[in-house]
Design a protein around this ligand. Structure first.
Ligand code: 3EB
Length: 342
């Protein structure tokens, strides 16, 4: 049992699908996982419904907790697993069955997400993953991503949650088919938000990017127990200030994305006793055009070396990025021994 007042230890490992499934051989599932290109219907492993472009095929980030009893349930449309200290949730919405527009759908999805956190007493969001079918398509006079931003921000306001400084780390990608999917990791201790000095905070983007800003911080740091600290880096792309740079050039966009990742890591490192590094991150690399995968991979390999854990663990997925001029986006996480600085 967990000692009262101590943080349940949260850890994560990136595994192949078969190694993830092997963990259930003793008849009990791990706490929870986020699967990339994995089968639907595994209750403990909500999937990211995008085509895997890397040779290893389907992969998963398997989350482990110690202490507490793992319970699962549903709150509204959200499914969740929680040990009382940590919670991983999933929402899947078949938009074809809805009469509302995407702004309203996003609003009610996030309403259920926040209700879940309240019910489970895990109020603090560490990370949110958003997957929108046809993210760049028109949604009735407004791009669907911008519609989504409307409803998402409204839900943060309604719930009295930080929609600007202190927003959770997140990503928002376009998938080609299937349900609108949201996955979320939450806990009992508040994460520390991190911004990127090279970029305008997304929640301060000018109105040219839509009537309501995206609601996310560039990264978040969290105490995950057992003397470890976790870094969650939001989707990161070729944006400097608030503008897309290197339009049409996937090599330069990837290099700019790496500069942004380095800047976020440096900002994060100034707030912890741990030292995070690019070469040790577990990344998901979203590529708009599958034919660009090798070009992106070559830039990453040149940056950190082919033997780096970042390269060996990277998952490449086919996805649309939330701005139609972005060709690549990289998100990442890492856990390292250390603690948050006071
Ligand atoms: C950007 O920097 C690229 O809407 O939740 C990255 C991460 C992006 C999260 C979101 C969007 C989101 O603006 C797009």
């Amino acid at each position: 049992m967990r000692v009262q007042g101590e943080i349940s230890h949260l850890r994560v490992e990136r595994l192949s699908l078969s190694d993830s499934l092997a963990l259930t051989a003793n008849g009990t599932a791990p706490f929870a996982a986020l699967g990339y290109g994995t089968p639907h219907g595994l209750a403990w492993m909500p999937t990211v419904n995008a085509r895997v472009l890397s040779a290893q095929g389907a992969m998963a980030d398997v989350w482990h907790v110690n202490g507490g009893r793992v319970q699962s349930g549903t709150t509204g449309i959200a499914r969740w697993r929680s040990n009382g200290h940590w919670l991983l949730g999933a929402i899947d919405i078949d938009e074809s069955a809805e009469k509302q527009n995407l702004a309203e759908i996003a609003h009610s999805a996030y309403r259920d997400l926040f209700k879940t956190l309240d019910h489970a007493a895990t109020p603090h969001l560490l990370r949110i993953w958003n997957y929108l079918p046809q993210i760049n398509a028109d949604g009735g006079g407004l791009e669907r991503y911008r519609q989504f931003n409307l409803g998402r921000q409204e839900a943060f306001f309604e719930a009295g949650r930080a929609a600007f400084e202190g927003a959770p780390a997140a990503c928002a990608l376009g998938i080609h088919q299937g349900a609108l999917s949201i996955r979320f990791l939450a806990g009992q201790t508040a994460p520390v938000p991190v911004e990127n000095p090279r970029q305008v905070s997304a929640y301060r983007y000018p109105e040219t990017y839509g009537p309501r800003s995206p609601t996310f911080s560039r990264a978040a740091l969290a105490d995950v127990g057992n003397g470890d600290v976790a870094l969650f880096i939001s989707g990161t792309a070729s944006i400097v200030g608030h503008e897309t740079v290197h339009q049409g050039d996937v090599l330069e966009q990837t290099r700019e994305t790496l500069r942004n990742l380095e800047a976020v890591i440096a900002a994060a490192n100034s707030q912890v006793t741990a030292t995070f590094s690019l070469a040790k991150l577990d990344c998901v690399v979203y590529v708009r055009h599958p034919a660009d995968t090798e070009a992106v991979r070559s830039v990453l390999e040149n940056a950190v070396g082919a033997d780096a854990p970042m390269i060996r663990h990277a998952v490449y997925l086919e996805a649309d990025i939330c701005r139609s001029d972005l060709l690549v986006e990289i998100e990442a996480h890492a856990v390292a021994p250390g603690r948050l600085r006071a």
